[in-house]
Design a protein around this ligand. Structure first.
Ligand code: KG4
Ligand code: ZN
Length: 335
């Protein structure tokens, strides 16, 4: 089954062609980073307008790179939430138009479940093929909008075990980047700066909340207070020590959740899964505890349409007719 996926939930316009939920034929991603950079964050109205300008071209590119025609597409999958309402509406309505014109099924995909499904994809390039993972497994999704532990019981059953009580991990990275005077988007900049710092230099707090829960707003405040109190602070040490505090709790809670569920596989997902320290810490924690770790290559961790197509494929297997033409967007956060 050839699925054309579309993703426009935030500031990436993306379209992808994926076969049987696993094999990527194309995955075109147009980032709007430069558009939003002067504002220090994503401006929803600008994002939606840029999606409108880009979407037609990006879908054409995805088909061209896959070497297929629109008639070869068996079904359409589109991220319909959570995300920015105006941005989501562009992708959903474009996908509806294509599916209706081609008389093919259309499914809405939960963006967070899409991130998890990036672990099922095989780009034909990664040293370890990503295509052999199968449920049940435990997943940690860490992005700009979400920090969630998911119990993936089967291809269509994603149970939320817990999430953040306040800021998402990526949000904390972006806010700390801003106080350190780093450019937008901050997460990758903190990651880069932290490589020159000592992660043990400053002992920032690790919030203890419920077993499957996270809290990063206290940590963010602690970093801000440290900077105010220590005028000649070492920015690299602050970045490395903050990052270590985030990574420690993410790794500890995720391994605990997998052990509680009796699962052997952990799948990391979302933009923050690009983070070098997180990838290293998770690898170490999984090796120590006899767990298998799955991590998509960085390009599949951040927002992309291949992950949407992969998730959509499994929905279509169980619901071949897909969603109705009244498919709507749901902007709100999962937890
Ligand atoms: O998954 P994603 O592309 O979009 C959302 O669904 O939110 O994630 C974007 C988030 C941003 O907060 C960004 O700063 C963060 O992922 N991020 C990183 C890194 N790369 C991206 N955070 C820490 N280290 C990185 N290397
Ligand atoms: Zn995302």
């Amino acid at each position: 089954m050839i699925v054309l996926g579309i993703e426009t939930s935030c500031d990436e316009t993306s379209a992808a062609v994926v076969q049987n939920g696993r094999r990527i034929f194309s995955n075109i991603i147009a980032s709007q980073t430069e558009l939003h950079a002067p504002f220090g964050g994503v401006v929803p109205e600008l994002a939606a307008r840029r999606h409108i300008e880009a979407i037609g071209y990006i879908v054409d590119q995805a088909l061209a790179q896959a070497g297929i025609a629109l008639d070869d597409v068996d079904a359409y999958a589109v991220a319909n939430g959570p995300g920015l309402v105006g941005a989501l509406l562009v992708g959903v309505n474009y996908a509806k138009g294509l599916a209706f014109a081609q008389n093919k099924p259309l499914v809405g995909v939960h963006h967070v479940e899409g991130h998890v499904s990036a672990n099922l994809l095989d780009d034909g390039k990664s040293p370890k093929a990503c295509s052999v993972l199968s449920p049940p497994f435990l997943s940690l999704v860490v992005s700009g909008g979400h920090t969630i532990l998911l119990d993936v019981q089967d291809y269509n059953t994603y149970n939320v075990l817990g999430g953040t009580k306040d800021d998402a991990a990526g949000e904390a990275f972006d806010k700390v980047a801003r106080v350190l005077g780093l450019p937008f988007p901050g997460g990758p900049e903190v990651d880069k700066l932290a490589r020159e710092g000592n992660p043990l230099a400053i002992r920032f707090p690790r919030a203890k909340v419920g077993a499957y829960e996270f809290s990063f707003s206290g940590l963010k405040t602690a970093v801000m207070q440290y900077i105010v109190k220590n005028k000649d602070y070492n920015a690299a040490d602050v970045a490395a020590s903050f990052q270590q505090a985030v990574v420690d709790v993410l790794a500890e809670n995720t391994v605990k959740a997998a052990q509680d569920k009796g699962y052997a596989d952990i799948a990391l997902a979302g933009g923050v899964a690009c983070n070098r320290a997180l990838r290293a810490e998770m690898k170490k924690a999984c090796e120590e505890n006899g767990l298998r770790l799955w991590m998509p290559p960085p390009i599949l961790c951040t927002d992309n349409a291949a992950m949407v197509a992969a998730r959509g494929y499994y929905r279509l297997l169980s619901e071949p007719a897909g969603d109705g033409w009244d498919l709507d967007v749901f902007p709100g956060r999962m937890v």
